[in-house]
Design a protein around this ligand. Structure first.
Ligand SMILES: Cc1ncc(COP(=O)(O)O)c(C=O)c1O
Length: 403
């Protein structure tokens, strides 16, 4: 253990007695997998972010995959994904058979921009671009009015990867703001409920939408592609009895889906955690305010990823940009020194286009904004049970890196 006590990971969950009680109650109920809690969680989640519908699944990756399926992506289609993201954003498109076009990002925020989105389209004039997946990296929203303005006239679906951004607001056009997940300027928004995220259900994901058709399709894809809705059945002779009543056992496989179901006890945890979302958001914002003011004197060697205008973000990650040549240490050396001081760090993310799978498929691609972001970025501890003194300790450890 380094200076000042307990080891601070870059992120961790915040579980209280109410969460434990909610899970214990769910485990003692009649349902372990899909029961009434899943539907209740979906309704409450949709209401919390201001969307009409929410579909809960067993990971953020499944939430993205369901969205890509509902957007009817398939072979022959292309999807634009920013190079700085977790690989699941790109993989979701590939699961459907679509090709990925990696867009560059702003070098300081790591976000897809109007210019980098347009450049990706211009560089691929023959591609049938059917969707774009803006990623709200760290929790800062992409400028959605710009993305929508380019996507809408071209019939490009907008699927937000909001896995980092639960609880924040974003620009919604005409100087207004909307909660992230309300899908004010998108077709769908996808969230992860992994333990390091703002709210957790263990593993879990949610896709929100205002489109009833997308909602129904995602609900069906989540459970193998099975429909129990008599109105959707193809074989009336098998589905209905002589009096025209639906047969009680009958169901049909309408299309090929998956088992992306989430358990009732995971949703019990999710419901309990969502009650504390306003508290989590306030604490994360307070911690970030403290970081921002304490980090200011460390510039230009070390500085916080700049805040983005247009919305009031709730950050999942606290990321700093470090000029490693200027401090005379490699990133690995800096991470080791911070670890010795009890400070956990991580890199979010290696540009996805550099991953061997994508390199083999699409070849080498130079994306200067993504490369510049990746060269400097480091995530430092941010979680709600951090104390103010912990923030001070992290900044002290960072200060000691500067010669
Ligand atoms: C930006 C982003 N997209 C997608 C995912 C996938 O979420 P999950 O880990 O819940 O599958 C994550 C989670 O790490 C993420 O950070």
């Amino acid at each position: 253990m380094g200076i000042g006590g307990r080891f601070l990971p870059y992120g961790r969950q915040d579980i209280d007695a109410d969460d434990l009680a909610a899970v214990a109650e769910a485990l003692q109920s009649d349902y372990l997998t899909t029961g009434p809690t899943v539907g209740l969680f979906e309704k409450e989640f949709a209401a919390a972010v201001g969307a009409r519908y929410a579909v809960a699944s067993n990971s953020g990756t499944a939430a993205l995959h369901l969205a890509c399926l509902a957007a009817d992506l398939g072979p022959g289609d292309s999807v634009i994904v920013p190079a700085i993201t977790f690989m699941a954003t790109a993989n979701a498109a590939r699961y459907c058979g679509a090709e990925v076009i990696f867009a560059d990002v702003d070098p300081d925020s790591g976000l897809l921009t109007l210019e980098t989105f347009q450049a990706a389209l211009d560089a691929n004039p023959r591609a049938v671009v059917r969707a774009v997946l803006p990623v709200h990296l760290n929790g800062y929203s992409v400028d959605m009015p710009s993305i929508r303005a380019i996507a809408e006239p071209r019939g490009i679906a907008v699927i937000e990867d909001a896995c980092h951004a639960l609880g924040g607001t974003q620009a919604a056009g005409n100087k207004s703001q909307a909660p992230v997940g309300a899908c004010a300027l998108s077709d769908m928004a996808c969230f992860s409920l992994h333990p390091v995220k703002t709210v957790t259900s263990g593993e879990g994901g949610v896709t929100t939408t205002n489109d009833e058709r997308a909602y129904k399709r995602m609900s069906r894809f989540r459970t193998h592609g099975i429909t129990r809705d008599p109105a959707e059945w193809v074989y009336a002779d098998q589905g209905f009895d002589a009096d025209g009543a639906p047969n009680p056992w009958y169901h049909e496989l309408a299309e090929l889906g998956f088992n992306f179901r989430i358990t009732d006890f995971a949703c019990a945890l999710g419901r309990s955690q969502m009650k504390r979302l306003p508290l989590f958001a306030a604490r994360r914002r307070a911690l970030m305010d403290r970081y921002r003011s304490l980090l200011k004197p460390l510039a230009p060697h070390i500085r916080a990823v700049p805040s983005q205008a247009g919305g009031d973000a709730v950050l999942h990650l606290s990321a700093v940009l470090i000029d490693f040549p200027a401090i005379g240490r490699s990133r690995a050396q800096a991470m080791q020194a911070l670890k010795a001081d009890g400070v956990g760090t991580q890199v979010h993310y290696i540009p996805v286009n550099r991953q061997p799978y994508y390199r083999r498929r699409y070849g080498h691609q130079r994306l200067p904004g993504a490369d510049a972001y990746y060269e400097r970025v480091l995530s430092i501890p941010l979680f709600t049970t951090m104390r103010d003194e912990d923030v001070d300790r992290v900044v002290d450890a960072l200060r000691r890196l500067i010669p």
